[in-house]
Design a protein around this ligand. Structure first.
Ligand code: FAD
Length: 464
């Protein structure tokens, strides 16, 4: 490996890899190095499909770490609307965001994405759903979706990995960036922890694209090097699972229903997120042993259930302004009650003020798709405000999707989204430290595959 490059990208998630793709597309001759803590995509394996349960892999979780980042084993739903996927449009403008989504979508197609788009057409059926949403006081966001599917997403990202390697992009896998090198207020490169020991590599441009998993690390770097940032939002919620029959209409018409509400009495923003028709609830483990719930769906293998997240946004100001630490405490408390596993509770039990017992789960029509989740009481760990928001929101969604607030509806916890620590950026994604740029979910400006990829494309054009 050389010790000097033109551009160093930390993190091989969609934001990082689309930076390199676009630089190549622009004909750039610059020397690019991608540093990735995890493995090449072909070596990423989650043992859960053999063991049947999360093995809490060390030193990292293959689901979120490695080439293509959290995208590889994700459901691969590309949201084709600037209204979905984070606040990037506030920084670059809605028109540029929409144009770049269309452009980036074509790149996904070039690498083999399914040509079908979900959630378009069916105008009368959409109108009927929207009417019910209006009656329930909810906003229905239009969002066409290109669904890659978990297994297909891996093929597409493998093709991208090979394309980058063939075109001279260097990649260091199993390599963790420990720190950036700063001199006279300029970023001169990175300090790495490699299998052979500590290494320094220099470049005039360093791009941090470390994703949600890297949010803690980036926050530390921001404090240490005075990189301007502000505490952002953290989302705390639950993963809801119901039988497909309940969600059938919405699944068929929209594939994913993006509903937003501000339920009484707190009037905080509550929204649905990441809906997986016929999908599976999954577990992710963060480096500090925090187990959080997520969900995904395969293109071919389907379950009897649909899952989706319900998230409440939390902001803090004075005297406490550490949203990541707050959400971690909620997660730790929930994990403690579940003996380190994800907790699951029936909605009816929450309303009745009782925990759910394992034997009660088998009395329902619905069978949990995360079998190692432990039946218990999520209300003993969920903050009151978030719990009330979730209960009232679920009851509002019941008007749009009758049966959603049934006794047997399953709520898994903790579902946490760490978007916080929004790095202050100009339109060219420069931080206040010369030569240092921040992208994707770790920058706090994106929250999804497409928007992270879009940010990468725009970065690639600036660095070409
Ligand atoms: C299970 C799951 C399902 C999802 N489903 C969807 C979906 O259907 N649609 C959607 O739009 N979004 C989905 N998401 C979210 C989506 O995957 C992320 O928004 C997206 O991947 C963010 O891209 P990124 O490049 O910013 O970061 P990431 O994809 O998180 O990539 C960051 C990379 O940086 C590496 N890294 C971190 N720290 C360091 C370090 N110090 N040194 C070296 N490398 C480092 C990590 O290993 C990782 O590979 C899902 C996420 C998960 C976990």
């Amino acid at each position: 490996m050389k010790s000097n490059y033109d551009v160093i990208i930390i993190g091989a998630g969609p934001a990082g890899i689309f930076t390199a793709i676009e630089m190549l597309k622009c004909g750039s001759q610059k020397k690019i190095l991608i540093i990735e803590k995890g493995s090449a995509i072909e070596n990423r394996r989650c043992p859960k499909h053999i063991t049947g349960k999360c093995m809490n892999c060390k030193p990292y979780c293959h689901i979120t770490t490695g080439f293509s980042g959290a995208g590889a084993f994700s459901d691969g739903k590309l949201s084709l609307s600037p209204e979905v996927g984070g606040d990037l449009p506030d920084l670059i403008g809605e028109n540029l965001a929409a144009e770049t989504i269309a452009y980036t979508d074509k790149i996904y197609l070039e690498f083999g994405a399914d040509t079908k788009i979900e959630g378009i057409g069916n105008d009368d059926a959409v109108k009927r759903i929207r009417k019910r949403a209006i009656q329930a006081g909810l906003k229905l966001v239009d969002c066409p979706i290109r669904h890659l599917g978990t297994e297909k997403a891996q093929e597409i990202y493998y093709a991208i990995e090979q394309h980058l390697l063939k075109n001279g992009v260097d990649m260091m896998f199993g390599t963790e960036c420990e720190d950036i090198i700063l001199e006279d207020g300029k970023c001169l490169g990175v300090r790495l922890n490699t299998k052979e020991g500590k290494v320094e590599i220099k470049a005039p441009h360093t791009v941090v694209a470390t994703g949600r998993r890297g949010a803690d690390w980036l926050e530390k770097i921001c404090y240490e090097h005075k990189i301007a940032h502000q505490p952002g939002t953290v989302d705390i919620g639950v993963r809801v699972e119901v039988r497909n029959e309940i969600m059938e209409t919405v699944n068929n018409v929209l594939y994913e229903s993006k509903l937003i509400g501000y339920p009484a009495p707190f009037k905080n923003k509550v929204r649905t997120f990441c809906q997986n028709p016929g999908g599976f609830v999954s577990q992710e483990n963060y480096d500090n042993d925090l187990a959080v719930v997520n969900g995904h769906s395969y293109k071919e293998l389907k379950s009897q259930n649909t899952n989706l997240a319900i998230l409440c946004s939390h902001n803090f100001s004075e005297p406490f302004n550490q949203p990541i630490a707050y959400a971690q405490k909620v997660g730790e408390l929930t994990n403690m009650l579940g003996d380190g596993k994800i907790l699951v509770q029936r909605f009816g039990d929450i309303l009745d003020g009782k925990r759910t017992w394992e034997k009660e789960l088998s009395r329902s029509n619905i069978k949990p798709t995360l079998p190692d989740a432990v039946a218990g009481d999520i209300t003993a760990a969920m903050p009151y405000r978030a719990m009330i928001n979730i209960i009232n929101f679920i009851q509002a969604v019941d008007h749009v999707v009758p049966g959603f607030a049934s006794t047997e509806t399953l709520l898994y916890s903790p579902e946490l989204k760490f978007y916080s620590n929004k790095v202050k950026l100009d339109n060219d994604f420069n931080t206040n430290v010369e030569g240092l740029h921040c992208l994707g979910d770790s920058s706090g400006w994106t929250r999804g595959l497409m928007m992270a990829s879009v940010m990468g494309v725009l970065m690639g054009r600036k660095l070409k």
